[in-house]
Design a protein. Sequence first.
Length: 330
Amino acid sequence: MAVVSTGARLHVGFQNLSLAHDRLYGGIGVGLAEPRVRVEATRAETLRCPDPDVRPYAERVLDVLDLPGADVRVLDDLPRHVGLGSGTQLALATLVAVARAYEKPIDVRALAPQLGRGGRSGVGVATFESGGFVLDAGHPTERFTTEPPADGEWTVPSVAARHDLPDDWRVVLAIPDVPAGRSGDRENESMRSVVERAEPAVANEIAGVVTRRLLPAAATGDLDAFGRAISEIELQNGSWYADEQGGVFRPPVGTIVAELGADSSVAGAGQSSWGPTVYGLTDEARADEARDAARRALDEAGVPGDVRVCSLASEGVRVEAATPADAELR
């Protein structure tokens, strides 16, 4: 039996979505210590998995690892399709839990594509491995295809830069009670449309922000500079997505981002992935003020929602229990 857990992740955006540049995508994101997904797996002769949403992941894991069966249960879950990386974190947690239950050595990064994860962005896989602030290297642009490649026909983008962020930094999440963000075929169609129309000059602007502002702020632990850089990258990415999502941020997220980002307790704010989750960067001393600001932002947008303050992750997947003895996880 094995129990593993991993935190959510924020996806700030991409470094480039234009086919005019040499490398495409290049994800930017941050691992969160919470909320967390926890998966328990036990050896079994066949697959037993009571959660219909998790069963396809478990089936694929057994196939990839060439195992007969497992009893797979989700003890804690992330909100699904709200921009917190639930699909990747749950799929990889299932992979590790089953492998540990069987004492089977695995390479998570190598196997992630066979589970359909890490195709465009490597942020989810990288934060699963080690948490932190992550910037990935993207893919050579010539590999872009109008139809998504089959599962397993890619490699997860390499990590180009990673930093642990200061222990006292916090993220306030405002998750409005509105329809879920895009995923699956709908997300693929939207991304293809965005890439085929993306203005290349936007990537040049983002490159300057990343190299001259974001990376130095991450390396030196400058929260205010980091937050301003994140906010600018969010706005630049939103200009690419505006036609697909009805604005720089999807409605009513734009109102929430603007209200939260304007509060003095918040260093920067944005929409994680396709949303609707809005996040604001703050610190431990201002966390209560930021929580109140997030509630006011939801009220201003006229929508109910969940607000929580989260720590940042300085580590990746955690094995909480494992019997038999731990297997190697590379």
